[in-house]
Design a protein around this ligand. Sequence first.
Ligand SMILES: Cc1cc2nc3c(=O)[nH]c(=O)nc-3n(C[C@H](O)[C@H](O)[C@H](O)COP(=O)(O)OP(=O)(O)OC[C@H]3O[C@@H](n4cnc5c(N)ncnc54)[C@H](O)[C@@H]3O)c2cc1C
Length: 210
Amino acid sequence: MKQNVLIAGGGIGGLAAALVLGRQGHTVKVLEQASEFGEIGAGIQLGPNIFKMLEFLGLTDAIDAVAYYPPALGMRDIITDEAVIQVPLGNAARAAYGYPYGVIYRANLHDVLLHACGALPNVELRTSTKVEFYTQTENRVSVTLHNDEIVEGTLLIGADGMWSKIRESIVADGLLKGDAKFYVSTAHTSDDVDEALDICDQALAAVAAA
Ligand SMILES: Cc1cc2nc3c(=O)[nH]c(=O)nc-3n(C[C@H](O)[C@H](O)[C@H](O)COP(=O)(O)OP(=O)(O)OC[C@H]3O[C@@H](n4cnc5c(N)ncnc54)[C@H](O)[C@@H]3O)c2cc1C
């Protein structure tokens, strides 16, 4: 059954969802609060699993035109500048995973998705539409926008980011407080490095054999 899909948020997640559902023939409305579609931030890594999805979406060529495929990924000791580890990428990544490892400017990835969505007549892209809350009945869902306009659909996807109002309305476990931490682990001795490399080799061999 074809759905009338509402997507709150037109970031990378919302547009990717719109593209998948739009290509399947569903009617999609993307409701973005900003006055224009865009993406802030710098670069983003594209792991091989993402390229499988990009291929599924017919975006391989468009991404190839703007992505960079580094030949290797290296880490250095911050104090001595000694090369600690180097992971071959390029053809090695393609051979191991069937897809490349790339890096891309965030705005370029967003732009590729935006253009692909714009080419689908059943995907409507609306800006300046901030979703305030939703209500649902047995088979309908409606969202109320900042200007009290009500938009109706049969399915609502919350792609409204880290501080998602949609998610909070559903699970009500408290908005994120912004105290997430990034952990960096380091290898301290050459034995550690050898062990880490062994683990990488075993993982690569396991993936290649799968
Ligand atoms: C420092 C950093 C580095 C990262 N590096 C990588 C990486 O290398 N590789 C990788 O795969 N991922 C990476 N990530 C994660 C990745 O960036 C995010 O998972 C992804 O951008 C989330 O996209 P999104 O569309 O879900 O949310 P967002 O990009 O936050 O987009 C949400 C959109 O919803 C809109 N919105 C919000 N509220 C409303 C509302 N009420 N009504 C309407 N619209 C609304 C916003 O304006 C925005 O456009 C990184 C994240 C960070 C912070």
